[in-house]
Structure formats: structure tokens, C-alpha cells
Design a protein around this ligand. Sequence first.
Ligand code: ADP
Length: 485
Amino acid sequence: MKTKVNVIFTAFEAAPFIKTGGLGDVGGALPPALNKSGCNVKVILPKLSIIPEKYKKKMEPVQTFTVPLSWRNQYCGVEKLTYHGVTFYFLDNKYYFERDKVYGHLDDCERVAFFSKAVLESILKVEELQCDILHCNDWHTALVPVFLREFYMGSEKMAKIKTVFSVHNLKFQGIFSKEMLGDVLGLDSKAAASQLCQGRGAINLMKGALLYSDVLSTVSPTYAEEIKSSYFGEKMEGIFNKRSDRLFGILNGIDTAEYNPQKDKKIPATFDKDNLSGKAICKVELQRKIGLEVKENTPLIILITRLTEQKGLDLILRILDELLQEDIQIAVLGTGDEKYENALREAENRYKGKMCAYLAFDSALSHLFYAGADLFMMPSRFEPCGLSQMIAMRYGTLPVVRETGGLKDSVIPYNKYTGEGTGFSFSDFNAHQFLFVLKDAIGVYLNDKEAWNKLVIQAMETDVSWKIHAKEYADIYKKLMEGSL
Ligand code: ADP
């Protein structure tokens, strides 16, 4: 019998424990899918105080030790919990992790450095954490491959580990003052000191991972190509070009059990592609709940997102008034930049009953939004993968997206001649292109029910699960183990 590859997957987020966006979805859904693809995956997360109490209560203590971090020695407790067949290990240190929000603290560099060092100390010291492949995600765990090579090569258990680093969003790289190098990271006398440097006074944690990891991946094939250009590369395009033989683009999937219109307990009526009557009930409930006029046959367009420039909010605000002249409704579920929150709130006041700005992060309510809507807007400036458009498709809500990154890879645009498609798309970051496509989509909804229903069914039939894509990661792990990568 072949032995399974032992994978340690580490990230700062994994649903349902910690989630601020797509990284949380991936952290929760990819590990069980990898197990199904024949790997033996364990996950290491920070034990943040925002983890719901019901999970904290079930955690069992495993071991405690101290973690060396430059001149400091910090306490670390390891606890574990098995969820959906995967064992999650939580690293506890109240000083670093007992905070009201996940990111955005003055000492974030020290917090992630502690976590990264603690991940490696756990693998070194906890017997049950066997590791062939160490899979790290985004800048919060970017120091792991760097510390591994700089501090742990004297240990046999550690020296054989191969590393994979996945970029979920290149916009956030973890850039800090150069002073952190010695005082916090303890890397000032190591080769990494020059590798991490960016400009005169800064260090870039993600740059470290891009240089030190055995394999790099990002979350869609199109984004893997885009980041080799200066427009999308965020100053890292040189590394991606140089290491292009080690860079893979693997499209994300979604958790198809969590997002399942046939069984979803968070919506008032379930439905499937053969019987959409439940979706109509969800629409009425959504309209009622968020103060829109109850109108079954008026197209309801939604947006569920972080309200940031990346997500194309400028395009949406540019066309909002013109769009709202039509007989449509718009509902936004999101939080983010104040300027966008204010503009949306103000639009809600001007179009009461027609437009709703629900400014909150509410995972349960997002299910009702996805289920009850007709169209989902996602005109992103750039989009490494994007999960929302896939969740929307699963609930028969047709996405209207810009053709970039994972949006291009996951949505097939409507072809009015063949009837093909799972949504609508446009190419340039241009407000009026976006408006024309939206109006097209509204036109199909109002005037061609047959074509519309076919699109809804095609969207719902799309395989947005992790099944195929987890296998692509498993193949990379296997090649790394065999030495053919
Ligand atoms: P990103 O990771 O860039 O924020 P993705 O589309 O990959 O974007 O993933 C966003 C995830 O966060 C989706 O699961 C989406 O439903 C969820 N989400 C975003 N904003 C909210 C919100 N305000 N309330 C609930 N869920 C949200």
C-alpha cells in the first residue's frame, strides 16, 4: 500500500473558525478536499479570540512550549479539534491573538512572525505533526518557508520538508519597517536579510516566501499569467517571470456542502435546478427583510463584498443612478472603505424601497442574498479568483463580471446565438461597458424567460466544487515528493 503524503496546511483563516474573506473559505474547504484526493492533511491556525466559543470549548490540549523569536521566548499552547474529518491545530498565545479583529494591529509583523515560528516549532516538537509538504497561504504565513530554511535545517524532520506558497491576493504583501529584521524576525545576520528587503527602509514578507518556497501557486490560471505583468504584478512580476516553471494557477472551488440550495438551513425555502419555486420564496423574503418593495418580477441585483477599490466599487457608483432609472432593485451586503459605505448609504436614502445598503459582515444573511437575487455584480479591477461569483452561480443567481483573473476562468459569458453561458461579462474597466452588459442581462430577464431559465440551470449545473482542483494540488505535492519538481 502506498503511504499518503503528509501535508501541513497553514493559514491565518479557515471557515468556520476564522473568516474575513475568500482565504477563510479556502482554508475551510480545501483541506477536506485534499484528504479526499488521497493526502493526509492537518491544518494549523492561530487561536484567535474571535473563534466562536462553541468551537473553543471542544478544543483539546496537545502540548506547550516556548517559541524563540529574536531575543524573545514566547509561550505557545497547541490545542486541536477535528472538524469534517480534518484535524485543526490552534496555536495559543493570548498576548498576540486575544484581539477584537483579525488584522490591522500595530504589531501585525510580530504577530505573524510569532505564528510562523510557532508553526515550525509545533512541527518540530509535536510527534503527531508529521510533514512532507508544508503549504502556506498569503503574507501572514510567508515567513514560514523563510524561517524553515534559515533556522531549522539542522533537524532531519524539518530538512526534508518541501514548501508550497499560495498567493490569494498579491495586493497585500506584508510590508514593514526594516527595523523588524533584527529585533522581531532575528534574521539580520542571515541571507534572508537582503532577500526580504524592498527599497531602502522596508521589508516585504511575501517576497521572502516567493523566493524561499519550492513551489508557488495562485488561485486561478488567468491570474497566474496576469501577475507576470507590471499592471497586476505589484512589483513582484520579476520573481514570477524568473520562477515561472514553479508557478501554478489552480482555480479555487467552494464548499458545496455549506453552499447548497437543496439543503441550506439559512434560507426560508430550498430549491434546485429542476424546481426553482423555492428561489422565488427566498426573493420575497429577502425583499421583505431588507426593506425593498416586494416585487416578484423585478430583477434584483446584488453585491456581496469587501467595499474596496479592487472590487470595482468606482464603476458601480459611476453607473448607479443611471441603472436605478430602470425598473430594477439593488441590494448591497458589505463593509469596507468609508467613502463607499457613505455613497451607498446615501443612494439608499435617495432610492428607498429600490436600493438597500446593508453595511455589515453577516455570513448567514449572505445565504439569503445569494438565494433570493437574480443577478450578482462583480466588476473587479483585478480578481485573483473570486468565490462569490461561484457561490452565486450555485444558487442560480447569474454573475455579471469583468473578464479578469478567476472571474474570466469561472464564468462563461452568455452567447445569445447559441444560448451558451453561465453569466455575463465585459472586458475593459469601463463604467459604460459594465452598464451595457447589465442592461443586456436585465433585457434577457425581462424579455426572454426561456433563455434566462436556461442560463440559470447552466449556472447551477457548473461544477464549482474542489474535486478537480484539489487533485491538481495533490499532483504537485506528489511531484515534489518524487523530486520531479
Ligand atoms: P475576497 O476574498 O477578495 O474578499 P472572494 O469573492 O474570494 O473575495 O470571497 C469573499 C467571501 O466573503 C465570500 O464567501 C463572500 O460571500 C464573503 N463575504 C464578503 N463580504 C461579506 C459580507 N459583508 N457578509 C458576509 N459575507 C461576505
